[in-house]
Design a protein around this ligand. Structure first.
Ligand code: ZN
Length: 144
């Protein structure tokens, strides 16, 4: 039995969209939203270049492959451009990964890793989540 007051998954942090050209898509989304992205970031370990747009409490993350073997390159090759993942914010990613694993979800990697936008992240395999790639993310504690 789950209780509303003790939410494990807090909100949609961002939606990731796979694009062929970040430069072109930034312009498309700028026209769509009426404002521009607030950050550009390369995540070398994932082979992606990203941009982020802030929409209230939720962000839109555009992802372009920066390496041939990146997951985004493979995704676009198979499915074309489009929604790639939904990212949910959690308070404690390690605890949440353990909970979801015990619930039978398949984690793509067993330890949280560094993602874009100052986050610790983890992905759940889409075959255990009705075909939707799920990202968990936890804000990293800012060093002062
Ligand atoms: Zn993401």
């Amino acid at each position: 039995m789950y209780h509303e007051t003790n939410k494990m998954i807090k909100k949609i942090e961002h939606i990731g969209i796979a694009v062929k050209s970040l430069e072109q898509s930034n312009k498309v989304f700028e026209r769509l939203f009426g404002f521009s992205h607030y950050k550009l970031e390369k995540v070398e370990s994932e082979g992606v270049s990203t941009s982020f747009f802030m929409l209230g409490e939720t962000k839109i993350e555009l992802l372009e492959a920066s390496a041939e073997n990146s997951a985004i390159a493979k995704f676009i090759e198979k499915k074309g451009e489009g929604i790639h993942h939904i990212a949910y914010e959690v308070d404690d990613i390690t605890t949440e990964m353990a909970r979801l694993k015990s619930e039978g979800f398949e984690l793509i990697h067993q330890e949280a890793k560094d993602g874009a936008d100052n986050k610790r992240i983890c992905f759940l395999h889409p075959k255990s989540t009705n075909g939707v790639l799920v990202e968990l993310c936890q804000e990293k504690i800012k060093q002062s």
